[in-house]
Every structure is written in C-alpha cells, then in structure tokens.
Design a protein around this ligand. Structure first.
Ligand code: ADP
Ligand code: MG
Length: 617
C-alpha cells in the first residue's frame, strides 16, 4: 500500500464541498440563507441554465467589510458562532462557515459587498478555490454573490446535473422554502429572462402562501395554533378536499429553518386518518418555535434534519392540535359545482347532469345510443362521441350488459336490501347475491367468493380504458368559454411547459397571463370529475421527482382517477343483468383480484374452511 499522506487543503475542501453543495439548488439555499442571516429586507435571486451557468443572489443586508472578504470565503470561518456553547443554541440559519468556501472551491465566485458605514464597495473573486485580491468596486449597501459554472472543475459532478428545467425545479423549491419562512422579506426569483416570483413583504403568512401556491389553495387552509411551555406550533393545514399524492406539500419550519421530519410527517398523516383516501397526503404549512437549545440542528451537513430533545412530546402536541382543530371545524364537503364551472361562462347544470348520467351509462355499458350519433367537431358541452380514429365505432369498453339476457326472471328486491339473482341455467356466471348494495356473493368451485363491486368494476374500467388510451384515443371535451384556473407560479410554469403532454391526455390548457391558465378542454371521460382537481394532481406529478414522469405514468394516474370515479359505487343497487355482466367481465381481464390501487377486489372462503368452522371436519 502507498504511504499515508496528509491530503492537500484544496482536495479536503473539494471533498467537503461535495457534502454541502450537491446541485445549483444547494447554492441558492446557502446564499439566500446568508442573506437572511445578514438581516436583508430584500433578496433577489437570478439563475441561468437551471443555475449551473449562474446563480446570483443580491441582498440589502449588513454587508461584509472589505478586509473580511477573504475570511468569508475561507473554510470554517463564520461570524455566527463565537464558542462551542453557541453551537447548541444556534439562532441563525448558517453557522458552519463552510458554504462560501465550498462554493468557491467548485465554481467561479464573485462577491461584491458594502457595509452601511463602509467607505465604498469591495469585491473578491475565487476560481476553483484560488482566491484573488480584494479590489474596490461600486456597490450598494448589501452583498451580491455570483456563482458561475458550478462544478466546472469537477466534471463528474457536472455530468450528474440534470436538465436545466429539472435543476431549476430544485432551485425553485429551495427558494420557496426560504421565502415561505420569511414572509416579511421581499423576495424575487428569475430564471433566464423569466420572472417567476416577485413576493412583496406581507404581514400575514397566508398571503405569502397564496402568492406561492395560488389563492385557491390558500382559501382551503385552516389555521392551527397550539402553545405549550416549550413549543409554539402554528400555521395552516388544508381541508381534506385538498390533498396531494406525495408529502412534498408539507412545509415544516423550526425557528425559521425548513426541516423534514419523519415523525412530524407521520403525526400529520395520523391526524388526517379517516379524512383522506388511502395514498393521499395532507398539505400543511407549520411553524415550530422553541428555544434553540432544545433542538440539535448540527446533525446533517445541509441542516435538513434536526434532532429534538423531546420528539415524543412534539409529536403528540402536533397530533392533538390537529385532531382538536378538526373536531371543532366543519369539514363536511358541501356538494357544490366544480370550481371550473363555478367561474360561470359556459356552465349549464342540467347539461352537466346529463353528461354525468351519460358517463354512468357508458361506464355501465349502456352506450348503444351513442353509436348513432353524427360525427364532427365536438363543440362546447357538445355530445360525447367517439374521437378521431374510431369513427362510427361504438364505445365497447365497458359493456356491463350480459352478452345474453338472463333467462330467469329476477325476483323483486327484498326489503333487506338483498337482491337475489336466481340461477340462469344457460348463464355461465354463478348466481350472485348483492348484499348491502356493495358486495356480491357468488358460489365458486372452491367455496364462496365475496366481491367488492366498486373495486372490481374499477379494475375492469381501468384495464379497458388503458387499452384505449395507449392506442392514442383520448377525446377532449372543449369548453365554449375557457375557464381560468389560478395556480401557483411553479404549477403554472410547469403546466405551460407540458402543454403538449397534457393535450395528449385530453387536457387542453392555454396561458392567460400571470399564474392563471385557461382550461380550454378536458378529457371527455372526466365529465363528472372536477378537472381542476385532476389538473392539480397531474401538475403535482410533473413537479415531483427528479425526472419528469413518463407520459405512461401520467396516463396511468389519470386512468386511476377516471376508473375510480366512473365505477359503480358501493351503495349502488345493481340490476341482476348488471351483476351478471360484472361477473362475466371479471373473467376477461388479467388481474381481476385487485383494484388499480392494489386493494383486493374479492375474498374467497373455501368450502373446507366453512366445513371446519361449522365443525364438520
Ligand atoms: P456561515 O453562514 O455558516 O457562517 P458561510 O460560508 O455561508 O458560512 O458565510 C461565511 C461568513 O460570510 C458568514 O458568517 C458571514 O459573516 C459572511 N457572509 C456571507 N454571506 C453574507 C451576506 N450575504 N451578507 C453579509 N455577510 C455574509
Ligand atoms: Mg451560510
């Protein structure tokens, strides 16, 4: 083995840099945090090329005296800690004195700064860790930091950077987290030549939330507050009508620092138990304020995770605060028209109801009437008809109709809500009982099978729709008067970026200025589903993850939504023909045993098991 050698300082710095600076978003986070620590009232962030070409953060904070510029860029140099004790009561966002040194190591860094009482501005430049001289320059009071060509001297890292669009997504998220935490500070964010955010100072946290995520969401938030001797917890959580498919919309702040904490996320989820569908995550904006010495923020290089002295207590305080709030809040979902329709314009409730009924009929296979409809452009709320490429074809996706009418006459439903379908000698499906208007009980050669009617139908619809959609046939229902939808700036940007993809899904959107987009058309299959909700879900998918999701995944998500909403519900009384048809369809699909969400569609009780239970074995 070669002899052990002390690593040169620049290599040590590079290794350390890798820990703190992972991608352009890390640079933005560190620089903006420094600006906040400097007491800035206004912080402007501009990036180019997703941040790998340039990140510039300008603040009007306290500035750095010219003679301290070289120190600011030196590693382990900070003005925020004086002694070891300070480490355990950190009140600033930074304290490790590593960020600027790390950035300087892996980029070309230019700092210009001026203090309020300084004679003038001064600048310093570092390139790949090589420090230049301090030189006078013109500068307003405050600091401007420019970071060019991140990782130019670490080709491997640079290669790992994703597309500018993806990197900018991370930048924007980093920015959002800090801007959320400091509503009284003015923030702006530009990407290339586009201004994404201009956030004026606000007194109310809710205003900042609305600026970042849209008014619609802000209006659905419920305030929460809970104070104990050690912890003040306050903020907003969303009504159960608003949820997401992942937990990215759970913003937690500890003393102004954005944190992720599994236990607290769990408490949140727990508080919504029974209020949200399986797989949905609550939306929350919560501040935790406690004496700094009760939490250790020095457990992670990017200070993302923290360690609480009394995690159990915080967990239960959050849980009981939310539970208590929900108990005293009217969370009932009022039947109201979908927001898209709310906005007035082309909405006709009678027509919508008719469409809804058509969809139900279609879902149940009663679509014969559509076969005779004329072809042509589909107008606003026009008749639903087969899309291009399948002219004249009936929608044969979901025939719940039996291929042959049952031979035996069904008996009238009994008072107990029990529909009995008597044995039809020539019908293949076994006789089935509908119980409680939600389960079908059928005899099978093994024993008896209990089927969840909704889950099974959902699976059948999903499979059949998928085949159709993968074939490239999604019908769009055009709106005569396009409906404006308020989005958050990030959602709006991503929506417009993915217009084509959304159009392939039948969702037609157009820019309307600001963060508003127009929904000009939506998938015809969604007639009874709120398109705005679906749009939010799809945008949420587009915003999450490193890579934009594949068209296939998005389709899949949309299909789940449609299948679930269009399927017969638990509680729907089925006619004997429908029961038979459902049982027949069940045999035509590959996995009829699970609904698309993975829940079972049926349970089997074997004869053996029954015999055993009755003491026959
Ligand atoms: P830390 O924030 O952990 O102290 P940094 O490397 O981020 O470490 O910054 C080093 C020092 O440079 C800070 O402690 C602070 O004194 C100074 N500094 C950095 N950015 C700014 C800024 N925007 N305004 C004023 N001072 C700054
Ligand atoms: Mg710092």
């Amino acid at each position: 083995m070669p002899p052990i050698r002390q690593l040169p300082q620049s290599l040590i710095n590079k290794i350390a840099a890798g820990e703190v600076i992972e991608r352009p978003a890390s640079v933005v986070k560190e620089l903006v945090e420094n600006a906040v620590d400097a007491g800035a009232r206004r912080i402007d962030v501009a990036v180019r090329g997703g941040g790998s070409e340039l990140v510039r953060v300008v603040d009007d904070g306290c500035g750095i005296p010219a003679d301290q510029l070289p120190l600011a860029v030196a590693s382990h140099a900070t003005s925020k800690l004086a002694d070891a004790e300070d480490l355990f009561r950190v009140a600033t966002l930074g304290f490790r004195g590593e960020a600027l040194a790390s950035i300087a190591e892996v980029s070309r860094l230019v700092i210009r700064s001026r203090t309020p009482d300084g004679p003038g501005g001064a600048e310093i430049e570092a390139r790949g860790g090589q420090l230049g001289e301090v030189a006078p320059c013109a500068s307003p009071v405050g600091t401007s930091v420019e970071v060019y060509q991140l990782f130019f001297n670490m080709p491997v890292r640079r290669k790992f950077l994703r597309t500018p669009q993806t990197e900018f997504g991370h930048v924007s998220e980093a920015f959002t987290r800090i801007a959320l935490a400091w509503p009284q500070t003015h923030f702006s964010l530009r990407h290339n030549d586009r201004q994404l955010f201009e956030l004026t100072p606000c007194r109310q946290w809710l205003e900042r939330i609305a600026c970042l995520f849209g008014r619609e969401l802000a209006d659905a938030l419920i305030p929460v507050e809970s104070v104990s001797d050690q912890l003040r917890l306050f903020g907003y959580v969303a009504r159960p009508t608003h949820s997401r498919s992942n937990n990215r919309m759970q913003y937690l702040f500890l003393n102004g620092r954005h944190i992720r904490d599994r236990a607290l996320q769990h408490a949140l989820q727990e508080a919504y138990r029974g209020l949200l569908m399986a797989g949905r995550c609550p939306i929350a904006f919560l501040h935790l304020e406690m004496p700094p010495e009760l939490a250790d923020v020095n457990v992670h290089p990017t200070k993302f995770e923290v360690r609480f002295q009394d995690a159990g207590r915080i967990y239960s305080q959050l849980l009981s605060a939310l539970r208590g709030k929900f108990l005293t809040t009217d969370l009932t979902v009022r039947a109201r028209p979908a927001p898209v329709e709310d906005a007035g314009g082309g909405h006709d409730p009678a027509r919508a109801e008719q469409l809804r009924q058509q969809l139900v009929d279609w879902a149940k296979g009663k679509v014969a009437s559509w076969e005779n409809q004329p072809q042509g452009e589909s107008g606003a709320f026009g008749s639903q008809r087969p899309g291009p490429g399948e002219t004249g074809q009936p929608l044969e996706l979901t025939r719940l109709r039996a291929t042959r009418a049952p031979v035996a006459e069904p008996r009238p439903p009994s008072d107990q809500g029990l529909t009995q379908v008597s044995q039809a000698p020539l019908e293949r499906p076994a006789p089935a009982l509908q119980i409680h208007n939600r389960y079908l009980v059928a005899e099978s050669h093994e024993g008896i099978t209990i089927i969840d009617q909704h889950a099974l139908h959902e699976r059948i619809l999903y499979e059949q729709l998928r085949e159709r959609v993968l074939g490239g046939i999604v019908e769009t229902q055009s709106l005569l008067v396009p409906e404006p939808v308020d989005l958050g700036p990030r959602e709006a940007a991503v929506a417009l970026e993915h217009r084509e993809l959304l159009a392939q899904l039948g969702m037609k959107i157009e820019p309307f200025g600001g963060d508003t987009v127009l929904v000009a058309g939506y998938p015809a299959m969604l007639a009874n589903i709120n398109p705005v909700e679906v749009l939010h879900d799809l945008l949420g998918r587009l915003l999450s993850g490193d890579k934009p999701p594949q068209r296939r995944d998005l389709l899949d998500e949309l299909l789940h939504t449609i299948a679930c909403k269009a399927a017969i519900k638990a509680g729907d009384r089925l006619t004997p023909e429908e029961i038979n048809a459902l049982l027949q369809q069940r045999r035509l699909i590959d996995d009829s045993h699970h609904c698309p969400h993975g829940r079972p569609t049926e349970l089997v009780f074997t004869r053996e098991e029954l015999d055993r239970q009755f003491g026959r074995l």
